[in-house]
Design a binder for this molecule. Sequence first.
Ligand SMILES: Cc1cc2nc3c(=O)[nH]c(=O)nc-3n(C[C@H](O)[C@H](O)[C@H](O)COP(=O)(O)OP(=O)(O)OC[C@H]3O[C@@H](n4cnc5c(N)ncnc54)[C@H](O)[C@@H]3O)c2cc1C
Ligand SMILES: *[C@@H]1O[C@H](CO)[C@@H](O)[C@H](O)[C@H]1NC(C)=O
Ligand SMILES: *[C@@H]1O[C@H](CO)[C@@H](O)[C@H](O)[C@H]1NC(C)=O
Ligand SMILES: *[C@@H]1O[C@H](CO)[C@@H](O)[C@H](O)[C@H]1NC(C)=O
Ligand SMILES: *[C@@H]1O[C@H](CO)[C@@H](O)[C@H](O)[C@H]1NC(C)=O
Ligand SMILES: *[C@@H]1O[C@H](CO)[C@@H](O)[C@H](O)[C@H]1NC(C)=O
Ligand SMILES: *[C@@H]1O[C@H](CO)[C@@H](O)[C@H](O)[C@H]1NC(C)=O
Ligand SMILES: *[C@@H]1O[C@H](CO)[C@@H](O)[C@H](O)[C@H]1NC(C)=O
Ligand SMILES: *[C@@H]1O[C@H](CO)[C@@H](O)[C@H](O)[C@H]1NC(C)=O
Length: 515
Amino acid sequence: MRILISLLYGLAVSRLVASTPADIPHVFQSSPFTRQHLSSALVQRELGSVVSSKTTIFGPDDERYKNATEPWNTVASPRIQVVIQPDEEVDVSTIVQYCNDNSLPFLARNRAHGGASTLNSFNGVQIDLSPFSNISITPSGKSAWFGGGVYDGQAVAYLWERGYVTPTGACDCVSMMGPGLGGGHGRLEGLYGMISDNILQLNVVLGNGTAITVNSTSHADLFWAMKGAGHNFGIVTSFESKIYPRGPETWHYHNYVWGGEKLEVLFEALNALHGNGSTPVDMAQNWGSFFMNSTLDAHNPLIQWSFAYRGSVEQAAPLLAPFNAIPSLSDEFGDLPYPGIAATQGLDTDSIVCQHGNRIISATAGLQVYNVTAERQIFESFRRRIQSHPQLAAGGVIEHDGYSTAAVTAYDSADSAYPFRSDHHLMLINIALAPNNTDSELERNAWEWAAEVRDLWNAGQPGRKAHAYVNYANGMESLEEKYGHEIWRLKRLRALKERYDPDNRFRFYNPIVQP
Ligand SMILES: Cc1cc2nc3c(=O)[nH]c(=O)nc-3n(C[C@H](O)[C@H](O)[C@H](O)COP(=O)(O)OP(=O)(O)OC[C@H]3O[C@@H](n4cnc5c(N)ncnc54)[C@H](O)[C@@H]3O)c2cc1C
Ligand SMILES: *[C@@H]1O[C@H](CO)[C@@H](O)[C@H](O)[C@H]1NC(C)=O
Ligand SMILES: *[C@@H]1O[C@H](CO)[C@@H](O)[C@H](O)[C@H]1NC(C)=O
Ligand SMILES: *[C@@H]1O[C@H](CO)[C@@H](O)[C@H](O)[C@H]1NC(C)=O
Ligand SMILES: *[C@@H]1O[C@H](CO)[C@@H](O)[C@H](O)[C@H]1NC(C)=O
Ligand SMILES: *[C@@H]1O[C@H](CO)[C@@H](O)[C@H](O)[C@H]1NC(C)=O
Ligand SMILES: *[C@@H]1O[C@H](CO)[C@@H](O)[C@H](O)[C@H]1NC(C)=O
Ligand SMILES: *[C@@H]1O[C@H](CO)[C@@H](O)[C@H](O)[C@H]1NC(C)=O
Ligand SMILES: *[C@@H]1O[C@H](CO)[C@@H](O)[C@H](O)[C@H]1NC(C)=O
């Protein structure tokens, strides 16, 4: 038995299982047989007749495989032997039971942007949620049902055309539920909260295949956990979320590129705009970065910033005046309906940011205010790398997210598993290497740079603990950094794991119970 277990599971045996080595793990008790090599033809033969006829099952030799499995970031590359695209929600229960009966690990996959290196321990069956793309507005006009595979650009366009909006991520290509299970930050959070704050109910398939409805009266304990730590507890096949009248007909955007000498005046203006968590709610979101463009400047990083304002250029003018006053290398602006805003910020499905198959080294931090000294240190360390490691510097983007946060902080932080409501800025360094990079020295240098930048951000807020928003985490952070430093929080999450996923089937995306 031992040998079989180690052959099949390798390093993936969960700590829950490993902590009771004397027992035969429960996960194997109900298994009539185990398999080392999985063939899609075999799964098709065995499972095909018990799932809906439109469910598709294929393996690496199929032409659909690359598109269905290619990760956004190859640093997080789960090994997928078989892809199953369920046709109906009920099929997910059948698939999960089949996987369990055959001791096959399974992984829900949505838009494949998940970048946590913990995903590398996965080797098994991908349950592809992309067929679950239905959206339907309820008769009240106050909520809508979304398929578990709905993505941001799709939801934004669908609702806008019908007069509504709902909180999504800022990037069109990412799913709603991937981010939503860990919070979900976007342009409407200042008004309405994060994606997770707006969920009314979730249809969930648990690790044992049982399908349940999770809401404030049904499995309320699990509802709490799924709003912040949801990836650990089940597969969401559909969910109901609040929607809102769409508001102003157009939004205003303004993008700038500045030279590094403007850094201090820029960050002081940003801190004034955000007022340590009191950003005007219509100043919905801005993101900016330190980046390299050798055509514009071969020796120095540059600063780009993009603002999205919910309203007209006239309404935005007083808030943007301090930025217009900083002489820029270039700028562009305009007013257009909300669904077009993502493209102006380089965040639509055709943008470079949305393409898959990159190799990106990353690290993250959560801040309340920008520390201008720390930002200067980070900028200068980038500049030094242009000299010492030009190849690395070329792919470095040091990202700063600034949201309006009023509705996020209006919720009591104890009311859901999302732990970091006091963070007003999400920080992320992404260093893109060549997708086929085999230079391990280069990669080591990239990790070093990423850690240095994260540490500078954190050193710039003495007295605050390090936070790693679970959806930006690289996977190597501590549990406290990802799920909160309060002792009661992790205790509660662990107890819920025992109750709802005792076999730790959901252990691949920043797992609470680590394998
Ligand atoms: C280009 C880009 C832009 C981003 N923009 C934002 C942003 O604006 N706001 C923000 O908050 N985050 C953002 N992120 C981070 C994002 O939240 C995470 O990368 C997230 O994991 C992506 O979800 P996905 O569905 O695309 O990826 P996946 O890799 O498919 O999913 C990530 C994990 O979530 C689990 N999961 C997904 N859907 C379900 C479901 N229905 N049921 C159960 N489990 C599920 C999967 O098991 C998986 O392990 C961005 C990331 C990228 C790469
Ligand atoms: C797969 O194809 C669909 C439709 O063309 C596209 O939206 C999606 O981004 C593709 N996925 C990947 C991983 O390339
Ligand atoms: C999507 O909607 C169609 C039409 O209403 C329905 O037939 C189908 O079952 C729905 N799919 C899912 C996965 O709910
Ligand atoms: C929660 O789900 C149950 C089961 O579907 C349902 O009966 C109940 O009305 C739901 N409660 C809320 C508040 O939506
Ligand atoms: C920001 O506000 C928080 C309270 O929300 C406070 O604890 C913190 O000291 C403030 N930070 C600065 C730099 O003013
Ligand atoms: C660099 O800037 C130039 C001039 O604005 C632009 O044409 C080019 O596309 C940029 N290069 C990259 C890689 O972004
Ligand atoms: C990596 O791929 C690129 C093309 O995508 C190619 O030009 C380059 O030579 C490759 N590098 C290595 C080390 O294989
Ligand atoms: C800003 O960062 C510097 C460098 O880490 C640090 O010494 C200083 O205390 C920070 N300032 C504030 C107000 O936190
Ligand atoms: C599946 O797990 C849930 C939660 O632990 C439990 O309530 C349910 O009875 C289990 N279902 C089966 C078939 O064992």
